[in-house]
Design a protein around this ligand. Structure first.
Ligand code: M6R
Length: 610
């Protein structure tokens, strides 16, 4: 999500930190800042972007006014908690101005920590979750910066890569990681960089230490010392990075799309974090009266976001028995939709800038509806214009083909549906607890699928020479099939269509020959026999079937030409993991065809035209 960098050494820190942050620009960010350990104390410059001028450009104009210093930290922010404003930009200082922090990740328990620290007299300046760390450092400090950091770490829950420094310790940086990357770059003699990403330091060094979860580092001009959070020493060896700058931006991956597919377990963990209270109740951070008197829900979005809407509607109907509809935003806006002040319109958009989704949102508001946005970008137009927002915390998505935004949108759909169902008295506490337990287990299940990439690469090879492919499924599987077909067509350029499996025989079956791959998605137990019959129909026309299904579905596995088994999963939450093999099949088919995977022809990441 955010980019962080620290420097200690013999050269002026500010230009090095700025140059490092500029190398992280490709990841997307909204604000930037630098704090320097100057002889007279910590000096700070930070800002969001303003009026079309990027934040780093503004920052570059300010660093000349900073005093000379040979240690400091810098940050590019991708807002999650709190809007993209100058004050919310990192680094953050404690009230005394003696401690500075830069953070990437999410502090899950920041609300309770902030309340406690406020009660002890600490004054907060920003809306961020991260600022608590600066105050915790001050609270735990008794002469040793690393000890203060350990004290703070013992209190915080969530994910973090943190770099901290204190005016009481000139030339010293301390850093720690849990579920967020952190590396140390070894520069010229007595010179160390600490960063979230290798591109930030690649111009200065290729000699890197990689921190593991639960590790800390203290860097001074005299050297680096690695420990665990308890202070036990951790031996480390330097790795020589051989990637070029372009590969380094993708952390060694060939494409952002594959990197983003692999980031899904963490994106799901982050999106869930802080949204379940200790009592087990779902906490969406939205006042209860926002949902009062809502008698129907309309989900709107475009492309992949629309496919997430389809799942949202199903879950809401099943769990809450709420009347709900889905609409493609570009249709909704022109069809004089039946919405009024008792309608909740859920506008789903990764970018938060899609013109049609925005127009649908405005149309709904004009009719008096309440609008809840589900978006990945804090400060986006959809986020700003909606009445309430639920953010997916997937981090910047760079590949045009949406992957981690989709799975996190599905997670939000599940949480929202559970919340509304519980509110309507239709979701028993035990069922809710079981669903939450399973939501927490999904990242590990996706990791299991990701570990079987080679099988999926082979399956993709089998269809990459086809000119056309069909995806079939029923119920939630049909919605996932639609997303699978979109992924395949947009990056591999293979014509791909998804059908409700029962519809195949009403026309499309005429197109099925032995040249036609049919990807059959079958996770829904109640519909399994029916989907199996549809697969038999395809086989009778000599179509080639690739089944994505449960391990127990032996008849389907026998009928299909190829099969990919999913880890055990409930019917209702199956879409969140089922889409992953489909994403990977599309990816490997596109790579095999030599396509420009991250920037497919004719498509833009953000569609701001109608
Ligand atoms: O930013 P949004 O979620 O509003 O974008 C909507 C669609 O343009 C987007 O999902 C598009 O379909 C993707 N390229 C699909 O991978």
């Amino acid at each position: 999500m955010c980019g962080i960098i620290g420097y200690t050494g013999g050269r002026p820190a500010a230009p090095l930190l700025l140059a490092g942050l500029q190398k992280l620009e490709y990841r997307g960010y909204d604000s930037a800042g630098i704090a320097l350990l100057a002889p007279e104390g910590i000096r700070l410059v930070k800002n969001a972007g303003h009026e079309g001028v990027m934040a780093l450009e503004l920052l570059a104009g300010k660093i000349g006014a900073l005093p000379e210093a040979s240690a400091g930290i810098g940050h590019t922010r991708w807002a999650t908690h709190g809007r993209p404003t100058d004050i919310n930009a990192h680094p953050h200082l404690d009230a005394s101005g003696e401690f500075a922090i830069a953070h990437n990740g999410i502090i899950e328990n920041y609300v309770s920590l902030r309340a406690r620290l406020r009660a002890e007299g600490y004054v907060f300046r920003s809306e961020t979750d991260s600022e608590v760390v600066a105050h915790l450092l001050a609270l735990h400090y008794s002469g040793d910066l690393a000890e203060a950091l350990r004290g703070a770490l013992a209190e915080i829950e969530g994910s973090f890569a943190l770099i901290v420094m204190s005016s009481r310790h000139p030339g010293q940086l301390a850093a720690a990681r849990r579920n967020a990357p952190l590396i140390v770059g070894v520069g010229a003699e007595g010179e160390f960089f600490i960063a979230s990403d290798i591109p930030a330091v690649l111009k200065e060094t290729r000699d890197i230490y990689v921190l593991e979860d639960g590790e800390m580092v203290v860097a001074t001009r005299g050297g680096v010392c690695f420990t665990d959070f308890a202070g036990n020493s951790r031996p480390k060896t330097v790795t020589r990075v051989t990637w070029d700058a372009a590969a380094a931006e993708k952390a060694g991956y060939d494409h952002f799309m594959l990197k983003e597919i692999d980031e899904q377990p963490q994106a799901l963990r982050d999106t869930l974090s802080g949204r379940v209270a200790k009592s087990g109740a779902i906490d969406l951070g939205i006042a209860a009266d926002f949902f009062a008197d809502v008698d129907r829900v309309a989900f709107v979005g475009c492309g992949t976001a629309y496919h997430a809407c389809l799942i949202g509607r199903e879950l809401l109907e099943q769990w809450a028995r709420f009347p709900a509809e889905t609409a493609i935003a570009s249709e909704f806006r022109y069809r004089q939709p039946l919405v009024d002040e008792r309608t909740l319109v859920v506008a789903v958009s990764q970018s938060g800038e899609t013109a049609d989704t925005l127009a649908a949102l405005r149309e709904a508001k004009k009719e008096g509806a309440r609008v809840l946005a589900v978006t990945n970008v804090v400060g986006s137009t959809v986020a700003r214009e909606a009445d309430e927002v639920l953010f997916t915390w997937a981090g910047p998505e760079i590949a045009v083909a949406s992957t981690k935004a989709y799975t996190t949108q599905l997670e939000i759909m599940a949480l929202l549906s559970m919340f509304l169902a519980a509110r309507a008295g239709r979701l028993a506490t035990e069922r809710s607890a079981a669903l939450l337990k399973e939501l927490r287990s999904l990242p590990a299940k996706i990791e299991d699928i990701l570990a079987r990439k080679e099988q999926l690469r082979g399956l993709a090879a089998g269809l990459s020479d086809s000119s056309s492919a069909f995806f079939i499924g029923r119920g939630l599987d049909w919605a996932v099939a639609l997303e699978g077909a979109l992924k395949l067509k947009e990056i591999s350029y293979i014509h791909a269509e998804a059908y409700a499996a029962g519809e195949l025989k009403h026309g499309t079956l005429a197109l099925v020959t032995k040249e036609t791959p049919v990807i059959a998605v079958a996770t829904q137990r109640a519909l399994y026999e029916k989907t199996l019959s549809n697969v038999e129909e395809v086989k009778a026309r000599e179509g080639r079937v690739l089944a994505v299904t449960r391990a127990e579905n032996k008849e389907l596995a026998a009928a299909a030409d190829e099969v990919f088994f999913l880890p055990p999963v409930s019917d209702d939450l199956a879409p969140i993991i089922t889409v992953v093999p489909l994403q990977l099949i599309a990816y490997y088919a596109a790579v095999r065809r030599g396509n420009h995977v991250d920037k497919p022809r004719n498509l833009a990441k953000t569609v701001t035209t109608e």
